[in-house]
Every structure is written in structure tokens, then in C-alpha cells.
Ligand binder design. Structure first.
Ligand code: BG6
Ligand code: MG
Length: 217
């Protein structure tokens, strides 16, 4: 059977979650808002606009739309500055092996990311050609945990939701996959991603037997 294998980007394929954190931290610090790694968990998988609102909420900061727009631009410029030298070395451990295995087994692969910077990242890391469909922050109007991004991805691949598998590092993303009745696979801390159907610390723990079981189920 053909299954849709849908990958989140930040924190799943590439180690960019740390850059999002650093860029937000800079904005938060300038505003006198404490912003910890724990707070950052709330931002994973969440859109840029919503992330800023969450941070401002942490500090009870009110701001005009113009001011917010300025911070959003600042955040993205700071974030992009970390990506200038990005190459395939930023691809997380085990990801290439899994992508290669899925390709060799003719399984459709999609990206399902909230990021508007997804395409340049796939280009810089040299893996754009692995993806049969890309759905990112430019395509959706409803952010995770709304399942829109994954529904669009499965649709583009022509595969039913029940036959779709989602790799996610965020709580919001796992919830989105579950709402869509897709198989959710958490990548990262099991304690945080406890709503996922399966959980792995990283892709090096995902072996061919497991992938075959997903394909043949
Ligand atoms: C998600 C990240 O993948 O994309 C979030 O987990 C980020 O941290 C969101 O805010 C939007 O990304 P971007 O690149 O459009 O700011
Ligand atoms: Mg992510």
C-alpha cells in the first residue's frame, strides 16, 4: 500500500527550533519579558503571528498592530540571519536514512509545516527533490492544532487521512494529526509528546521494520 508520509520541518527535519527560540528570545528580552525553554514549547508548530501574541501575553504587553508588525519583521530577520550558512549538515540525525528508505519503497512524501521559510530551507539543505508535495505557512489559513496543513498535504498526495502518517515535534502538530485521524509520530521527548501514537527521541531510533509495519498496515 501507498501511505502518505508527512513531515513537519522545524525540529523534525532540521534543527531550526533553536534558531526560532533565539530570535524570539531577543525580542522578548528587549521587551523585558522572561522567555524560557519551557515557554518555547508553547511556540513550537505555532505560526509567527500567534507566537508573538503568546510572548506579549507572557509579559502582559499591549501593542499596536504597527508595533507588532515591526517585531514580526525583526524576528524573521534575526531568524533568517541564522540560516545564511545553512547546509545539509543541519539535517537532523537519521532523517536522510528514512527519506531514502521511503523513496526506495515508492512512498509519497510531503512537507506539512507552519513556516513561511520552508522552501528556502529545503533548498539550502538539498532535500527539496524528496518531496512530492509541499504545504507550508504560505498555503494555510488555520494554524496547528487545526489539521488544515496536513489535510492539504494528504490531499495533494491523493492519499486518505487514515493512510497518512505525520512526524511532528510539537504538541500542536501531534494534536492536528490526531484530529485528522492520521497516525501521529512524535519526534522528541515522550513526556511532552504524550498524545502521539508513537514516539521516538529522534529518527535514528526508527528502523526499517517499523517503517515496513507502517507501510503494510
Ligand atoms: C513552525 C515552528 O514550524 O513554524 C514555529 O515550529 C514557527 O516556531 C512557525 O513560528 C512559523 O515559522 P516562520 O518561519 O514562518 O516564522
Ligand atoms: Mg516543528
Amino acid at each position: 500500500t501507498k501511505k502518505a508520509f508527512i513531515f513537519d520541518l522545524d525540529g523534525v527535519i532540521v534543527d531550526t527550533a533553536k534558531y526560532h527560540y533565539l530570535a524570539w528570545k531577543k525580542i522578548a528580552t528587549a521587551l523585558g519579558i522572561e522567555f524560557t525553554h519551557e515557554h518555547n514549547e508553547l511556540l513550537k508548530g505555532v505560526s509567527r503571528v500567534r507566537s508573538l501574541d503568546i510572548i506579549l501575553g507572557l509579559g502582559n504587553v499591549d501593542a499596536s498592530q504597527e508595533q507588532k508588525d515591526q517585531w514580526l519583521i525583526q524576528k524573521n530577520e534575526e531568524y533568517l540571519s541564522y540560516l545564511v550558512d545553512m547546509d545539509q549538515s543541519e539535517i537532523l540525525p537519521g532523517v536522510m536514512t528514512v527519506l531514502e528508505f521511503l523513496k526506495a519503497n515508492h512512498q509519497p512524501i510531503a512537507l506539512g509545516s507552519a513556516s513561511k521559510n520552508a522552501r528556502p530551507i529545503l533548498e539550502k539543505t538539498g532535500i527539496l527533490s524528496y518531496f512530492d508535495a509541499i504545504v507550508d505557512g504560505n498555503d494555510v489559513s488555520n494554524a496547528k492544532p487545526d489539521p488544515e496543513v496536513f489535510l492539504q498535504a494528504a490531499q495533494k498526495l491523493g492519499i486518505s487521512n487514515e493512510n497518512s502518517i505525520v512526524f511532528e515535534d510539537s504538541v500542536a502538530g501531534i494534536q492536528a494529526a490526531n484530529i485528522a485521524a492520521m497516525t501521529s509520530i512524535g519526534i522528541g521527548e515522550a513526556a511532552i509528546l504524550n498524545e502521539a501514537k508513537f514516539n521516538f527521541q529522534d529518527f535514528t531510533y526508527i528502523d526499517e521494520a517499523f517503517l515496513n509495519s507502517l507501510i503494510n498496515n
